[in-house]
Design a protein around this ligand. Structure first.
Ligand code: IFM
Length: 452
């Protein structure tokens, strides 16, 4: 095991964060809950995708971290680290199993219990309505390809907030709509596994924008004092080389990956470079519906997008290689300063609205020491370095309200299955034993000091 020297200021924790800064972690329902066939939950697109044998390591999420039954233990783990915030997602197929129509009260009961436990631990629950688990019956009707999904999503938002809104005041609509659109509908690597190319990607993005705008309004109409927002992964898009073609690819990719969602929501606008391609799907009134004065935007960051011109991919753009000295077990480059760049760019482009880091973390090949502990040196370093960049951006005036690590637990990493571990807490999938890793201990220390 290599030891990583830390800059002395970081080791002493001299960079202080504002009072009330949100600290914690994020998870999503499908990745941790398990119990996919329990208490009236309906099938979703990831159940179908998994059953079709599309998961690289052949695993599935039927049990995952068994959080559905072990949530009390998991909340206790958060409390012990001193979290004051936790973002989790609600499983649409637990609440409205067919996507529309009958509400499953047992599904709501689970989140009732979970929320009460989180509050009892003194943690601020931040609910996310959609983290990729679309009820299969809705996909059968076209899923995010059709605008018919807008009404059902707003209805679902109403049902959830009616039940939990007395206690959960922070509501995020979607998680990473760009990943849903590109990997789910564009290139088929995620559920529902469709290869619909550019038009499929843009349709899925546009309809998520509309559903989001509609759900935000539905919640605001019925509740006062909510903090409303959404979560998107903004990644600075940079060319792989100085060539004209790579530079153009990076600009196109920035529009697809970052701007359709953020410009739609914050400006009610379609990025210029995509206006022609989206002309057929944007109807009068759509962009007014997409635009909403949110209170808080969740930003997920893992690395920059280094883009090269490559035909055969949507928008003739695909990931190149920035040739850095460190990569995670996902093969993703480690670029902490990209987080600073994006926070500062975002501040300048959008007038410095309130944001928080809703996900940031890394998969590494952890090993369990003979005494059972997990010294995840690289993840610890990764998280610390990113928190340092958050502090740097705060110092330079960015309006950042919190930092949530991805993820609390090792979990089901979508098409990669259980093999890719992002947790700051190890999960032994045989025994369901939880072991806080060194990264968890480091984060707990940062939280205790409110400083890095
Ligand atoms: O696990 C995912 C999460 O569901 C969404 N953001 C990226 C994470 C790591 O791939």
């Amino acid at each position: 095991m290599t030891t990583v020297p830390l800059p002395s200021a970081a080791a002493k924790g001299t960079r202080r964060f504002p009072k009330g800064f949100l600290w914690g972690a994020s998870t999503s329902a499908y990745q941790i809950e398990g119990a996919t066939e329990e208490d009236g939950r309906g099938p979703d697109i990831w159940d179908t995708f998994t059953k079709a044998g599309k998961i690289q390591d052949g695993t599935n999420a039927r049990v995952a971290c068994d959080h559905y039954h072990r949530y009390k233990e998991d909340v206790a783990i958060m409390k012990a680290a001193g979290f004051n915030a936790y973002r989790f997602s609600i499983a649409w197929p637990r609440i409205i199993p067919a996507g529309t129509g009958a509400v499953n009260s047992k599904g709501l009961d689970f989140y009732d219990r979970l929320v009460d436990e989180i509050l009892k631990a003194g943690i601020r629950p931040m609910g996310c309505l959609y983290h990729w688990d679309l009820p299969q019956p809705l996909e059968d009707k076209g899923g995010w390809q059709g605008r018919e999904i807008v009404g059902p999503f707003a209805d679902y938002a109403r049902v959830v907030t009616k039940r939990l809104g007395d206690r959960v005041k922070d509501w995020m609509m979607l998680n990473e709509p760009n990943v849903v659109a590109i990997f789910g509908y564009g290139v088929g690597e995620h559920a529902p596994g469709l290869h619909l190319g550019e038009q499929g990607i843009l349709r899925a993005l546009h309809h998520q924008n509309l559903a989001q705008g509609s759900a935000l309004r539905a919640i605001a109409a019925e509740h006062k004092g909510m903090t409303l927002g959404t979560v998107t992964n903004i990644q600075p898009s940079r060319p792989d080389s100085d060539s004209e073609k790579d530079r153009a690819a990076a600009i196109r990719w920035d529009a697809v990956w970052n701007r359709v969602t953020v410009d739609g929501l914050l400006r009610g606008a379609v990025p210029d470079v995509l206006a022609e391609k989206m002309a057929g799907m944007v109807k009068p009134g759509d962009m007014e519906l997409a635009k909403y004065p949110i209170d808080l935007l969740g930003i997920n960051y893992y690395s920059r997008c280094t883009m090269k011109h490559e035909e055969g991919h949507p928008f003739d753009a695909w990931w190149g290689d920035p040739k850095v000295d460190r990569y995670t077990f996902m093969g993703w480059p480690v670029q902490p300063d990209g987080l600073y760049d994006l926070l500062m760019e975002f501040k300048h482009l959008y007038g410095n609205p309130a944001v928080y880091i809703a996900e940031n973390g890394a998969a590494y090949e952890d090993t369990v020491a003979p005494d059972g502990s997990v010294h995840d040196v690289e993840r610890t370093r990764f998280i610390r370095e990113h928190i340092e960049q958050v502090h740097r951006a705060l110092t330079d005036g960015a309006n950042i309200k919190g930092y949530l690590a991805w993820s609390l637990l090792d979990n089901f990493e979508w098409a990669f299955g259980l093999a890719k571990r992002f947790g700051i807490v190890r999960v032994d999938y045989e025994t369901q034993k939880r072991t806080p890793k060194d990264s968890y201990k480091m984060l707990a220390e940062v939280i205790r000091n409110n400083a890095v």
